[in-house]
Design a protein around this ligand. Sequence first.
Ligand code: ADP
Ligand code: MG
Length: 677
Amino acid sequence: MLTAQVTTIKGVGEKVNEDLELMGIYTVEDLLYYFPYRYDVHEIKPVSELIHDDQVTLIGQVVYEPTVSYFGHKKSRLMFTVNVEGIAIKAVMFNRAFAKKQLPAGTDVTLTGKWDAHRLQITVSEYKLGVTNDDAEIKTYYSVKGKLSAYRLKMFIKEAIQKYETKLKETLPDIYIKKYKLPTLNEAIIWMHFPTSELHLKQARRRFVYEELLTFQIKMQLLRKVSRESEYGEGIALEHKKVEKFIGSLPYELTRAQNRSLKEIFHDLTSPYRMNRLLQGDVGSGKTVIAAIALYAVVCSGKQGALMVPTEILAEQHYTSLKRMFNDKLEIGLLTGSTTAKERRELLAQLIAGEIDILLGTHALIQEGVDFKDLGLVIIDEQHRFGVEQRRVLREKGLHPDTLFMTATPIPRTLSITAFGDMDISIIDELPEGRKETETFWVGENMLERILIFIKKRIAAGEQAFVVSPLIEESENFDYQNAIDLYNQLRTYYPEEIGIGLLHGRLKQDEKDDVMSKFIENKIQIIVATTVIEVGVNVPNATMMLIYNAERFGLSQLHQLRGRVGRGDKQSYCILIAEPKGEVGRERMKIMTETTDGFKLSEEDLKLRGPGDVLGKKQSGLPEFKVADIIHDYGALETARVDAIEIVENNLLETNPEYKILNEVVSKNQFLETKLD
Ligand code: ADP
Ligand code: MG
């Protein structure tokens, strides 16, 4: 059995077992799946094709016995001649005088090392006696712990393969193996550990990438199915006429992307499935309107809606704009931390009686005692600001209401179908027409004085500015000190009549709200802040965003910050102060000045800095894959997703015996524990 302890392998004793455990290897199966983390492929090429200074591998026969010369302290040089394809090649090896005995004339050798094309000479870093028939020399690298050497580990793996080879059960149904021309599990395991050619290695890797992504996507699709179907009755009957009329009453036409997203949302609302949808769209792309229309539709069909936002200020802003949009025709309740006990009691009574159509609020919405009469739709704005637990509680308020999550963080598809693969996704990928693009500049610190003067001028003209303080890498907790320092500097620089506020993570929510309110009312003209600047808050009069140390921020983050300005009809500016060191850093700043497309920027971020920077380190929700790399293996991810959807929709795991083992693998797999609620 593959589940046998590793100690059943010859040579694995107490000590080795301890080291293996450190590496997470307990069973024979674990051992077989413990793949190298890196491979060096030295293709064996004809001498005429070898490139000067490259690492190369040669196969030949020793012509003259090696000579050894000594120099310096305990240093030696061993030289010999080899015949490679009839050409005499000189081989040099340092400090391995002992090899002389192994290399008498006539010995077949495989040599790897640095090639000198001018002298037809190889400086050998590795040699092997005998010739390989393979067309490549592939070196494997395993990460090992304790006293165990990679060499011994490989011997144990070899032993395990010999002993258990016949017991490996193919996990993938035959049709996928045929369809994608994948090697069998058996072959693939052997080739991962003992690749004899680059092609085999590629194929083995391709197989495990596919298998890993397929099982992962199946899991996601199973979750999606469970959440869609959980005890939900029929969908709402959409009051088309009323909804159309409401849309017609808006002062603008919806964009194509808005219409498409709306159609997808209506589809969910009217279907018997529970909606579990993520609406992605850049800041200002018009998500709030979509939310309003969806809420309106639900209310027209006799149900209630809820809109949850991360901060009180945002709740109040939404309250005002929804009231205006609905022209006071709907009953909207506002529930936040500062609602008085008496107001709250009245509100909750109205809510359960069905006299309130839409309840809007912060996480006060999910407290005990907030009960709806008939909750049909929950919308969560800026979803990344809410913890998984809060989202779950909210969802449980209604029977199983349709749920729409909204986010202004554009997430590249490869990440979203991985981290949010259990959700349906709608994307608003265009901005309403006629927006003035925020102009972005990248400058060095020497320009600071001129920028401060520029800001002063714009303030004199009645506009306002955000100033984001430098970031201390990896230590959010200390950033507030930087903000305070910067605040003090600006305070001494600017005259008293310019009001300056300070925002950082150490302030309490009501203190933050107080600063924001003053800014909204233009009682203060500059806010100095760490990155805690409230998401989603709309201050159309703010036209300037100055960011210190911009090179330290992710592109998506810079883009989010930039989205705080450019919300009115005045021309806005984003100024990045940055002195990036390398080429990549300069490239990133340049991209910021060239595009305002959030999706493009997050794709770049993903390429340049990796998934953690795009999704946020804390709850990135990304599974750890053994072999697959969602950026590199994006194509396979899409393929696996399509197959997974088909498998789950047709119930193949339970009904088709071909899928039995795959089913076992899926239920055993633990990728997702951290993410799922
Ligand atoms: P988001 O929530 O995605 O950041 P909002 O819904 O707040 O964006 O919209 C930003 C602004 O654009 C609002 O003032 C809104 O009235 C306006 N708006 C939304 N959709 C359109 C549209 N299709 N055409 C013109 N203006 C629009
Ligand atoms: Mg919004």
